[in-house]
Design a protein around this ligand. Structure first.
Ligand SMILES: NC(=O)c1ccc[n+]([C@@H]2O[C@H](COP(=O)([O-])OP(=O)(O)OC[C@H]3O[C@@H](n4cnc5c(N)ncnc54)[C@H](OP(=O)(O)O)[C@@H]3O)[C@@H](O)[C@H]2O)c1
Length: 269
């Protein structure tokens, strides 16, 4: 995929990974439509990026938000859709409210499916197009304390692979990305403390953005960041019982940090 002629719709552009991606895409010569809910953050980024960027404010959990973004994307003449917007919710399932679980599924899975579906007829008519779905290592290595998030990201992995197979004879390239932890505001202080306690590595948004841009340029289908995470994801596929036992040994640590998170949110145990 040539990025110097690309026109990209980037959701979650106001977030940590989104801002790094927007900068690197523009450096490669792409025009970027920055999408998110936080108008002030999007405007500030657009000011830094200049003529190469435009802004569309929309809430992806709302049907009218998806419709507005679909319309703006076609007016912008996008040929690359990057489904990057996401929310996380660390905590034990029985301590989470149903609206929280629904929001995680809606934002991370249903919204990217809906936006992609709305843009597909338009993208299919173009000579070159791409759909990039930003998933997570938890989509292949589902984790205790992240039940809703892991379920959504596993769903996004399934969506990406089935869509790629459905579009096999089209000119639309589908890239699924599974980063491990990234240093952004998505992770609460309790999640950062958990990652430190478990020895989980965290990448900078710039490192992840750089790998995504390269994978898009080279037309890779899958990008999974981190060697240990890739090995554990593979092991989870062939021998999930081993991962069950390994994670059971870490459950007390996860529960301890989930308790901290619940206290910070005033949730009763
Ligand atoms: N950080 C990590 O450890 C990590 C690891 C693996 C994968 N990822 C994935 O990487 C992607 C980017 O995350 P990040 O780390 O950059 O998180 P972030 O800094 O919290 O940014 C999240 C972005 O999603 C947008 N967003 C959330 N809900 C939305 C909604 N209802 N409608 C429209 N936009 C919405 C936010 O926009 P507004 O603020 O403008 O509403 C923000 O731009 C996500 O898909 C995440 O799951 C992150």
């Amino acid at each position: 995929m040539q990025l110097n002629t690309a026109r990209v719709l980037l959701t979650g552009a106001s977030g940590g990974l989104g801002q790094a991606l927007a900068r690197q895409l523009v450096q490669q010569g792409a025009q970027v439509l920055l999408a998110g809910r936080d108008a002030a953050k999007l405007q500030a980024l657009q000011t830094q990026l200049g003529d190469a960027a435009s802004v569309c404010v929309a809430d992806l959990t709302q049907a009218q938000g998806v419709a507005a973004l679909t319309q703006a994307a076609q007016a912008f003449k996008v040929n690359v859709l990057i489904n990057n917007a996401g929310v996380s919710a660390f905590g034990l399932l029985h301590q989470q409210t149903w609206p929280t679980v629904e929001d995680v599924l809606q934002t991370n899975l249903l919204a990217p499916m809906r936006l992609t579906q709305a843009l597909l007829p338009y993208l299919k008519a173009l000579p070159h197009a791409a759909v990039v779905n930003i998933g997570s290592a938890f989509g292949s290595l589902p984790f205790a304390g992240f039940v809703a998030y892991s379920s959504a990201k596993a769903g996004l992995r399934g969506f990406s692979q089935s869509l790629r197979r459905e579009l096999a004879h089209s000119q639309i390239h589908v890239l699924h990305v599974a980063p491990r932890a990234i240093d952004t505001k998505l992770n609460s202080p309790s999640v950062n403390a958990l990652n430190r306690a478990l020895g989980n590595a965290s990448d900078s948004p710039e490192t992840v953005a750089n790998a995504i841009v390269a994978a898009l340029q080279d037309k890779h289908s899958e990008l999974h960041l981190g060697l240990p995470e890739r090995l554990f994801a593979w092991l989870n596929g062939v021998a999930p019982g081993l991962i069950d036992r390994g994670l059971a040994g870490k459950l007390a640590t996860i529960q301890h940090h989930a308790q901290d998170q619940a206290q910070a949110q005033n949730i009763q145990p």
